[in-house]
Design a protein around this ligand. Structure first.
Ligand code: CA
Length: 225
């Protein structure tokens, strides 16, 4: 459960935001001054900070500046009055990820929270997937080459799309109609045997044992024949 720090000294707003976030499934910590906000944001125990600018103790922009100075990359969404554009600009320069102008609707705030949490997860996430591995077959998503016991081969654009479709659905029977739709973008069978032809091309490159014909139904890819 992602944890959110709400740093807001207006009790009414803090309580409204906290209730909404809890109802949306988040853990919430609420503080009403900048010193506490900085301490908790720095602790690494929260996944996102909602930061009011006008806080007692240390103001929001200073909290943000110190937080970034200390190397914290925790996503920060600034809560700011609609007429303080200058503050908002300063907030972005100080390393804010987003801002929401007060007064705001809760669903608007929630949408921002979700989006910034998603950004953060994507940034922290492992390097993007570079290969699809299925048993003894590996499809390199950058070079578009396929490797199996048969060797390593370049694939044409259509062969690649077909191989990817099979390898994302291993051990499943895919019908000609499904393959025509997903790989060729055709919602109808043009009456050609284009799927069978490309399955043959692919079999030559990875070995027929990986691509079984399921009579009357279609084809099934298996990584471990
Ligand atoms: Ca305030």
């Amino acid at each position: 459960m992602p944890r959110i720090l709400v740093a807001e000294d207006e009790h009414r707003i803090a309580s409204f935001v906290e209730k909404g976030l809890r109802a949306a499934g988040y853990g919430v910590e609420t503080v009403a001054d900048g010193v506490d906000a900085l301490t908790i944001a720095r602790s690494g125990d929260v996944d996102l900070v909602l930061l009011d600018l006008g806080l007692p103790g240390i103001d929001g922009l200073e909290v943000l500046r110190r937080l970034r100075e200390g190397g914290s990359g925790v996503p920060v969404i600034i809560l700011t009055a609609r007429d303080s554009a200058a503050d908002t600009v300063a907030g972005f320069e100080g390393g804010a990820n987003d801002y929401v102008a007060k007064p705001f609707r809760f669903d608007e705030l929630l949408a921002r929270v979700r989006a910034r949490l998603l950004d953060a997860r994507q940034q922290q996430g492992a390097a993007p997937v570079q290969a699809l591995d299925c048993g003894r077959v590996s499809l390199d998503l950058r070079t578009r080459r396929i490797t199996s016991d048969a060797g390593t081969f370049d694939l044409s654009a259509r062969e690649y799309a077909l191989a990817e479709e099979f390898m994302r659905n291993p051990e499943q029977v895919l019908s000609r109609e499904q393959l025509l739709s997903r790989v060729w973008g055709l919602d109808f069978d043009p009456g050609s045997n284009v799927v069978d032809v490309y399955v043959r091309y692919l079999r030559r490159k990875i070995g027929a044992e990986h691509l079984k014909t399921v009579r009357g139904m279609g084809y099934r890819f298996t990584g471990e024949p």
